[in-house]
Design a protein around this ligand. Sequence first.
Ligand SMILES: *[C@@H]1O[C@H](CO)[C@@H](O)[C@H](O)[C@H]1NC(C)=O
Ligand SMILES: *[C@@H]1O[C@H](CO)[C@@H](O)[C@H](O)[C@H]1NC(C)=O
Ligand SMILES: *[C@@H]1O[C@H](CO)[C@@H](O)[C@H](O)[C@H]1NC(C)=O
Ligand SMILES: *[C@@H]1O[C@H](CO)[C@@H](O)[C@H](O)[C@H]1NC(C)=O
Ligand SMILES: *[C@@H]1O[C@H](CO)[C@@H](O)[C@H](O)[C@H]1NC(C)=O
Ligand SMILES: *[C@@H]1O[C@H](CO)[C@@H](O)[C@H](O)[C@H]1NC(C)=O
Ligand SMILES: *[C@@H]1O[C@H](CO)[C@@H](O)[C@H](O)[C@H]1NC(C)=O
Length: 917
Amino acid sequence: MRFLAPTLSIIGTAALVACVSAADGGANTISESSIIPGAYIVEVETDQDPTALYQELELEGISVDARRDLQFRLFRGGSFQLRNTSSSAAENDAQAQRVLQKSNVKNVWPVRAIQFPKPTLVSVRNGSAAGDGGMARRDSHRRQSGDNDTYAPHVITQVDQLHAAGFTGKGVKIGIVDTGVDYTHPALGGCFGPGCVVSYGYDLTGDNYWAGLAPVPDSDPYDNCQGHGTHVAGIVAAQSIEATRRLGFAGAAPDVTLGMYKISGCPGYTTSEMLLAGFNMAYEDGSDVISCSAGDDSGWAGDAAAVMAARIVDAGVPVVVALGNSGALGLWQAASPASGEGVTAAGSVDSPLLPTLVNAASYSIGNGTAGTLAWQDGAPEFANVTLPVLFLDSTNLTRTDAACDPLPTDTPDLSTSLVLLGLSTTCSSNQQVKNLVDIGAKNVMFYSLTTGSAGFNSLRITFNLDVGLSGVGLITLDQAQTLAEARNKNKTVTVAITNAAYAEPAAINFPNTLSGGHVSTFSSWGPTWETLLKPQIAAPGGNILSTYIDGAYAVMSGTSMATPLAAAVIALVIQARGTHDPTTINSVVAATAQRTTWYNGTAVDDTRVAPAAQQGGGLVQAYAAARTPVLLSVTSLSFNDSDHFPGPQTFRVSHVGPSMDSVDLVLGHVPAITMNTLKDNGDGTTSRSQFPNPIVNDAAATLSFDVPGGNLTVPPGGSVDITVTLTPPPGVNATLLPVYSGYITLEGAAVNLSLPYVGVAGSFAATPAVQRGYAAGCYLTTTEGHFNIPAPSNQTFTIPGPGSNSTSSTIYPRIIVRPTMGTPLLRLDVVSASGTSSNSTTDFMGVPSLGMLPGMPVEFVAGLGFAIYVNGTLNDGTVVPAGAYKVVVSAVKIFGDKNKEKDWTMVETVPFVIAYK
Ligand SMILES: *[C@@H]1O[C@H](CO)[C@@H](O)[C@H](O)[C@H]1NC(C)=O
Ligand SMILES: *[C@@H]1O[C@H](CO)[C@@H](O)[C@H](O)[C@H]1NC(C)=O
Ligand SMILES: *[C@@H]1O[C@H](CO)[C@@H](O)[C@H](O)[C@H]1NC(C)=O
Ligand SMILES: *[C@@H]1O[C@H](CO)[C@@H](O)[C@H](O)[C@H]1NC(C)=O
Ligand SMILES: *[C@@H]1O[C@H](CO)[C@@H](O)[C@H](O)[C@H]1NC(C)=O
Ligand SMILES: *[C@@H]1O[C@H](CO)[C@@H](O)[C@H](O)[C@H]1NC(C)=O
Ligand SMILES: *[C@@H]1O[C@H](CO)[C@@H](O)[C@H](O)[C@H]1NC(C)=O
């Protein structure tokens, strides 16, 4: 039985607020979560009925209203709302505890609200509404045979090789739990139902679903307002149509049968009930793999959705979930439900491409149509025009000062041409345009003189309408060169431009020469607080072009984008291997993945392997995963911290064929970078480091194997057990909790496998769970100002008495609490500063507690921290009399036992005085 009540945002009017924001400013955060007061998910025994339970509860004085029926093959229960929902989380949880104590109840969880991100669009362009004539059925959009997949994110993941071998996902069902889909999009088949690309699914919420509103479910997962799910769906299954070919992208598994489970309305609001129901519906509808790009940053594995995902994996269906976009926070930030055991957590690598969506024009050379010109609109906007191109200087395209000086008066008539010239780096574009207009130019196309995206992306060239120009735009130097080559063969080059509002979208796919193929800086890091390795694999998720609502296309970034690509790879592997057994699938995708080298956000270091806690096995390799004849029994090894060091660990190497030849393998070890979790604040305290966590040089674990000479032969149908003995890196500063990792490699002629491992060269028990002080993040401040400056000792706070209203000028004491790591249990007790009080005290581990602050205790705290006001009221409603107090912050260490005093850390604030008005 399990009862998890992380009560962080329950009480009243934002009395608890996060004090450390997700460092990425929220733009990259896949979702935020909070607890819905008084709402719980209950799981009952298989032969029980939640309605009967609710009636029983009514008789016992606990009145509840059913929220949602949750009756599935793998889950029997429902969710309910306490009719007398209290503003005290503790009171609600006390009622829920009584529900849990009933013999027919297996589990009770609080309902969490989760927010899908409002997509942060790098760029979005509308496609033509008609598309390819709006043709609906899949067969009309089949990839043309011999049409090679050259899409760079597919090439670096070997998806192109599986496509070339004929595997496109046919016959495999992917269920996606997300915000729904615009299936009318021409690249997504245009229809919903059997035979369509999106052929099954459900709308669990309706379009207006939001906190407090009842869901209005129906059988149609259509979304034309949120957008996230449409982007996700295209990554899996965008069809090869004229528009996607022009844009240069494709779905990774275009022939899969796609199921969409819409768990949010337009505002992107969902709950853990909806996730749980969506997972179950996707499972019951026969999905071979389930993909979900939502979660919260808790880093613990016990929430309802994580438990459900793990249960579906146990029942035989792989579940792929985004690990989160909190990479900026560094190590130990695995999101739930990706944190679930057996769940395939996906991290993100940056795409080798930096696509920029612009407009398509067509150009012709001589009298044949030659191709598409991708141009960025400026102001004034071009009308619909077809004009011959006039090169201001086609012999020297890299000239940086074209038209910087007045043009010769014998310059040919410019008014009937599209004047093409480089955007000067020596004079202003105003100067260039003035000189051109002076001799009659009307339409001007600049090209960027810098290569790559830097000189292009942010450039929208604008002029006041009164300069006399009709239209202006920008192309790349590459495109200008193509046109110039034709021109230099004495061919006339003509460009037909459609006004930007009507133009078809085109993409300029700049190469990402800096970080392409390396882990995205936004991609969240593992391991989980239990030191389980997360993620399992990484896939391209940074700068991904895909379909968007209303027939549009958009570029988005996130582990939300990596996840459907990973799910599509798994679908291809399922088709190729003929099994969707999660143990096999997780083993082959993780073991064949390609290790990436370290990218610290500004530079790549090709001499060092990125930590396994950042990349898992590495960048997924679809072809190798589909073809490997050798399986490993585990996807990773964890060596915990030094107190829980497990000693030698054994894994099995099995030859499952189909080849009947033995496989010879050589064992090896590739260490990855070791990094410190904590930094020394220089005042006797430590606190969490953020990305990039400090590297500990020359700090690799050493490994030995019980295999003589490190060579092994695995016969067909046979297996070999390997025991590995690990020695953690010596000479490190254990108080900073260095996280070491690496890869056990098994290399043969045609098989290259690796097994990632992770461990902590320090002790959780020796690490204080909370530490006192400003740098350490546990101290008293006030509600005055915005900088959370520590308050001095004995400051008097004159606050409204119980029952009276506060005014905006009231200054309250405020406690900032940032646990050193995650903590399984945290509480804030109020004690008398003088040691005497007229109120009675309770002993808590030697602390004479007057009671806990409202909302306490809190379970499964993620380690980000929060702030809590003190207004004199305790969590049981008692009000402390005026007087001097301190707050004792107590937290349990990771792997600690809450019943043992030694497993708690306690710190206290400076004293403060409460007076009532
Ligand atoms: C596809 O790739 C193969 C192998 O590289 C090549 O032989 C073939 O010509 C290509 N087909 C097309 C349509 O480009
Ligand atoms: C293109 O134009 C040339 C010269 O005007 C002409 O000789 C040729 O037949 C034309 N070709 C086509 C395909 O129309
Ligand atoms: C420009 O072309 C588009 C697409 O062909 C058309 O819909 C639009 O009406 C045209 N605009 C004008 C002003 O002719
Ligand atoms: C082309 O222009 C660049 C920059 O204006 C100049 O440095 C270079 O000498 C020119 N090349 C030729 C062949 O004129
Ligand atoms: C292009 O035309 C010019 C002038 O008419 C001529 O000198 C040159 O040889 C021609 N070039 C080609 C490639 O035909
Ligand atoms: C990344 O590495 C480069 C090269 O070693 C270094 O100059 C830079 O400061 C590093 N950046 C960060 C954020 O650590
Ligand atoms: C292990 O195998 C490798 C490659 O097959 C070979 O070069 C090496 O000699 C072998 N080592 C032993 C101890 O057998």
